[in-house]
Every structure is written in structure tokens, then in C-alpha cells.
Design a protein around this ligand. Structure first.
Ligand code: COA
Length: 196
């Protein structure tokens, strides 16, 4: 079956809803978060990603009019969605492939398309974060030319009131041990070091 990668229009409510559900489902099915986790509403919120960044979707059909099978977001400098990027860096976020479509190269194709899009928009560096437990994603990013950057690692802590606190690794070391602290692994890619 053929697939096509498109940029989602922020006014395309039907597609936004589908992509939001797909993203949350991809994370839930891998046990990366549970349904009550404060990240779930952000994963579902494809509209903000389409408005404040470039939301890419891979969809079935030569013209991409079929069902969504995967998604990734290309965050430009200065966007509200940047978590790790500083200065002129671009950031990739929320790569997700339908659990029904894994292992067919969709994640790699989407990441490559996102890297190309960032370069086309002038990126001199692209960064991203992964959860420690995202072993398949770690392998994928390294194969595509990203470098593991422990100096970019950071920590997110779930608070009892449902909010989250984000701190640097160094600041996290000064906090009391916390059950819900998750370490995020940093990666970066310099387009001058490898082609896409
Ligand atoms: C990570 C994810 C996007 C990969 O999607 P995918 O379409 O299956 O990825 P690909 O088919 O391009 O495969 C990438 C690599 O992982 C391997 N892989 C895929 N599924 C695998 C599995 N279930 N077990 C072991 N390896 C697997 C592939 O063989 C491939 O290896 P290679 O690079 O050596 O060829 C998908 O698993 C997912 O949505 N996970 C949940 C969300 C997530 O972790 N997102 C990352 C955000 S930072």
C-alpha cells in the first residue's frame, strides 16, 4: 500500500482529531504513559502542534487522503512547543506510529522527512528528547545520524495535583528522591555531519 507525508492544515479538524488520537494511542500502547498522565492531553492536542509548528502526518493512499498511520512535529525556533531547543535550533517532537503499522519503516520515513523539512527551513541543528524507556526510538535516531547528548538530558516530575515540573538533570540531583521523576534523553543532529 502507498503512503504520503503531508503537513496538516490547522483548520482540518477531522485530521487533527485523528492525529491526536493516534499519537496518544501510540504512547499508551507502549505503556509509556497511562491514561491519567498529564502528557495525554498534550499528545491529543494536534491543533496546537499544527498551529505553533509543522505537524506532519503519513497517511494511506498516493495522495494521503486515507487513514493516518504516523506523525511527527517539526518545532521551529521560538515556538511555544520547544522544550529542549535553544536559539536557532529546531526540535522534533511526538513521533508516533500506529501500533498496527510498526516495523515497516514508517517511523524512519517520518523522522527523515522532518529532518529534511527542518533543513529546508534553515536549521543548523536539530534536537529532540526521548524517554529513557523508548528503546526503539533511541536506535532509530542513532541510525538516522542523531548523536546521544547526555549534557542535554533533563527530568520531568509528575506532581500530585496533576501538574508537572521540568528541571535540568543537575537541579534534579538536588531534589529528594521522587517516584514519578522521568529522565529524558537528549539527542542532537548537525546537518553538516550527515545527509538525509
Ligand atoms: C518509535 C516508533 C515511532 C517506531 O516506529 P516504526 O514505524 O515501528 O519504526 P521503523 O519501522 O522505522 O523501525 C525503526 C527501527 O526499530 C525497529 N523496530 C521496530 N519495531 C520494533 C519492535 N517492536 N521491536 C524491536 N525493534 C523494532 C526496526 O526494525 C527498525 O530498526 P533498524 O533501525 O535497525 O532498521 C514507534 O515504535 C512508536 O510510535 N512508539 C511509541 C512512541 C515513541 O516511542 N515515540 C518516540 C518519541 S521520541
Amino acid at each position: 500500500m502507498s503512503e504520503h507525508i503531508l503537513v496538516v492544515d490547522p483548520d482540518d479538524s477531522t485530521r487533527l482529531s485523528e492525529v491526536g488520537q493516534l499519537t496518544a494511542l501510540a504512547y499508551l500502547s507502549d505503556g509509556l504513559v497511562d491514561q491519567a498522565h498529564p502528557y495525554i492531553p498534550q499528545l491529543k492536542d494536534a491543533r496546537t502542534r499544527a498551529t505553533d509548528a509543522d505537524l506532519l502526518v503519513m497517511a494511506d493512499g498516493a495522495d494521503g487522503s486515507g487513514s493516518a498511520v504516523g506523525t511527527i512535529t517539526v518545532v521551529p525556533p521560538g515556538s511555544s512547543l520547544a522544550e529542549l531547543a535553544t536559539g536557532r535550533e529546531f526540535e522534533l517532537r511526538m513521533l508516533a506510529v500506529s501500533p498496527l503499522e510498526r516495523g515497516r519503516g514508517i517511523g524512519a520515513k517520518l523522522t527523515t522527512a522532518a529532518m529534511r523539512r527542518a533543513v529546508d527551513q534553515g536549521a543548523e541543528r536539530v534536537v529532540l528528547s526521548t524517554m529513557e524507556s523508548m528503546h526503539i526510538a533511541h536506535k532509530l535516531y542513532l541510525r538516522l545520524g542523531f548523536e546521544r547528548r547526555e549534557d542535554l538530558d533533563w527530568v520531568v516530575i509528575d506532581n500530585e495535583d496533576g501538574s508537572v515540573t521540568k528541571v535540568s538533570l543537575k537541579d534534579a540531583e538536588d531534589l529528594p528522591p521522587h517516584n514519578t521523576a522521568i529522565r529524558l534523553f537528549g539527542y542532537s543532529w548537525d546537518p553538516s555531519t550527515s545527509n538525509v
